[in-house]
Design a protein. Structure first.
Length: 214
């Protein structure tokens, strides 16, 4: 296991390395935001996908310098520094790898930013120098919009996520579909997302939900 920063610095786990033990477990969390579409007369409103949330990775690392009789903070500080602002105006992005490399692939590869670092010191020398510590690390996934757009391969003209639009006098669902999706024939997803039964009746000042489409 190792953590690599944007600068190429590596913090490794194993014998004679900075992290003394591989973690016993790690937790990956993924959340997705759905928004109810209010339709009169329904007990359970349909759920419309709004946006995805980044994955998060949580794990604990153990550091021990008791045998060397040195300050363990010299090691934990290297991980904690990943959450500190650099000369670029923000903390570094980092990559977490765990498992045997096969080319550039690993069993677990996670790229993101450090969201939280908690250092707990549990053993000390007679003079108070900490020599053992547990570090709870939380990372949040990052990925460029360009890479995500290529992965999703959405229809040209479709918004990446749901948007809002206020109707004006003279608006029609066909014209709105043409403006949002570059295809006037795609008015039905807008009608369904907003509970519009008669597409010819579109009052001015109505707040429309514009859903993304495949």
């Amino acid at each position: 296991m190792y953590i690599e920063s944007d600068r190429g610095d590596k913090i490794k786990a194993g014998a004679n390395s900075k992290i003394f033990f591989n973690p016993s477990q790690y937790t990956i969390t993924k959340k997705v935001t759905w928004e109810p579409v209010k339709v009169k007369g329904l007990d359970v409103p349909p759920q419309h996908f709004k946006t995805g949330e980044p994955r998060t990775l949580a794990l604990s690392l153990i550091f021990d310098t008791y045998e060397d009789r040195t300050d363990v903070r010299a090691l934990t500080g290297q991980v904690a520094a990943l959450a500190e602002v650099t000369d670029k105006g923000s903390p570094q992005r980092c990559r977490f790898f765990w498992g045997p490399d096969q080319g550039n692939a690993a069993k677990l590869a996670f790229e993101g930013v450090v969201e939280s670092v908690v250092q707990t010191f549990t053993l000390f020398l007679e003079d108070g120098t900490p020599v053992r510590a547990k570090l709870d690390l939380g990372l949040k996934e990052t990925e460029s919009a360009e890479h995500q757009f290529k992965r999703t391969k959405r229809k040209k003209g479709s918004p990446l996520q749901a948007r809002r639009r206020v109707t004006k006098r003279g608006d029609t669902l066909w014209a709105i579909a043409a403006a949002e999706y570059a295809d006037a024939r795609l008015w039905r997803p807008i009608a369904a997302a907003n509970g519009i039964r008669n597409p010819r009746e579109l009052p001015a000042g109505m707040l429309l939900l514009i859903p993304p489409i495949d």
